[in-house]
Design a protein around this ligand. Structure first.
Ligand SMILES: CC(C)(COP(=O)(O)OP(=O)(O)OC[C@H]1O[C@@H](n2cnc3c(N)ncnc32)[C@H](O)[C@@H]1OP(=O)(O)O)[C@@H](O)C(=O)NCCC(=O)NCCS
Ligand SMILES: CC(=O)OP(=O)(O)O
Length: 333
């Protein structure tokens, strides 16, 4: 079974409830039909009956619960809670009501916050900043984790590197220029995400344009400092090394020649990029040129699972991310 089929099989056992707030986008309905047919999650769609009937085309979404913020019985409770959470940031009851009635992403996040849903998936027609800002503001970081970060699960066809072609790429979606402490936190969260989603041992490479001192630069020093911090905080036995170039990280012969003795070189399956430019460009290169499946940006370190999508995603990508979100929610329970 491939990565996503294994995830779907797990998701079916938990049957979590996932919110899809982007009811203006036809891909939402195509994905919803597939999710409901396969039984990987229960679904909540946010919007009015009329909007949804107009936007859904011929897709069959029987079984999805439709929540209209204007009439839903819990909207007042969401307004009250949002004010309580964001009062110090200037949130008033009037602003909260206006926001929740007009921005379905905020509404969906409040449903997760109030435990009326187990997770949310959006980002097919909203930028990552607009998708993640409500989650960061309302759900916040999980206790004991330094920051929320974003990763992709990449499944590369006909590839014997990584875990038979499956990798995590991080951070490819959120933290623009992580300092060493943040980069270390990204590495440790990514190792946990890999273990959770693949049931395989994470092998973590801190990527750079240098391998073991082959280049000198402040950017290399940043990765080395991140590695030092990550090692200090890592669970015992975690395979983690750097600084490694991409080829040294994933190609066994290159790893053996550039970084002999490294426990990671040549077999890494978790790739930690030095910044978001590298991570975002890197995932899109592999997705578009190697025709890899790319699931994400998935969040980690957040108090409840809310995941993003690329605006270039397909309905199949949404369907996959719904199943992944359900599996993350099962781990939270
Ligand atoms: C996600 C992002 C929008 C957050 O930044 P922002 O909008 O400027 O918002 P702020 O910095 O005001 O942060 C909003 C809240 O989120 C929190 N936050 C921001 N980044 C965070 C992180 N990585 N982890 C945890 N909390 C975070 C802030 O502390 C703040 O909380 P507060 O409002 O309670 O004080 C920003 O990091 C971003 O644009 N990232 C790049 C996204 C992108 O374009 N990716 C490429 C395509 S995938
Ligand atoms: C992840 C990502 O790059 O998102 P988008 O393509 O929507 O900017």
């Amino acid at each position: 079974m491939g990565f996503i089929d294994e995830i779907k099989a797990k998701a079916k056992l938990g049957k979590k409830t996932i919110v899809l707030p982007e009811t203006e986008d036809i891909r939402t309905y195509e994905a919803a039909e597939a999710v409901l047919k396969e039984g990987t999650a229960n679904l909540i769609l946010v919007g009015s009956e009329e909007e949804i009937a107009k936007n859904k085309g011929d897709f069959d979404i029987t079984g999805a619960v439709i929540v209209d913020p204007k009439t839903y019985a819990k909207t007042d409770a969401y307004v009250e809670k949002l004010v309580e959470l964001r009062e110090k940031k200037g949130m008033t009851p009037e602003k909260a009501r206006e926001l929740l009635l007009t921005d379905y992403l905020y509404y969906g996040v409040m449903m997760v916050k109030m435990k009326d849903a187990d997770g949310m998936v959006s980002g097919a027609c909203h930028s990552t900043a607009d998708t993640l800002r409500p989650c960061l503001q309302i759900l916040k970081t999980k206790p004991g984790v330094k920051l929320v970060s974003a990763f992709f699960v990449m499944v590369v066809p006909d590839c014997d590197m990584g875990a038979d072609g499956t990798f995590i790429f991080a951070d490819s979606g959120l933290e623009q220029n992580p300092d060493p402490e943040k980069l270390a936190a990204i590495a440790l969260s990514s190792a946990e995400s890999f273990a959770l989603l693949t049931d395989k041992e994470p092998i973590v490479a801190m990527l750079s344009h240098s391998t073991k001192g082959s280049a000198k630069h402040a950017d290399v020093d940043k990765v080395l400092e991140a590695l030092r911090i990550a090692k200090e905080n890592a669970p015992e036995g975690l395979l983690l090394d750097g600084e490694l170039q991409l080829d040294a990280a994933i190609v066994p012969e290159v790893g053996a020649s550039k970084a002999p003795g490294s426990p990671v070189a040549g077999k890494a399956n978790v790739l930690v990029f030095p910044d978001l430019d590298a991570g975002n460009i890197g995932y899109k290169l592999v997705q578009r040129l190697a025709k890899a499946e790319a699931y994400g940006p998935l969040t980690q370190g957040i108090a409840a699972p809310v995941n993003d999508l690329s605006r270039g995603c397909s309905a199949k990508d949404i369907e996959g991310v719904v199943a992944i979100t359900a599996v993350q929610a099962m781990a939270e329970a």
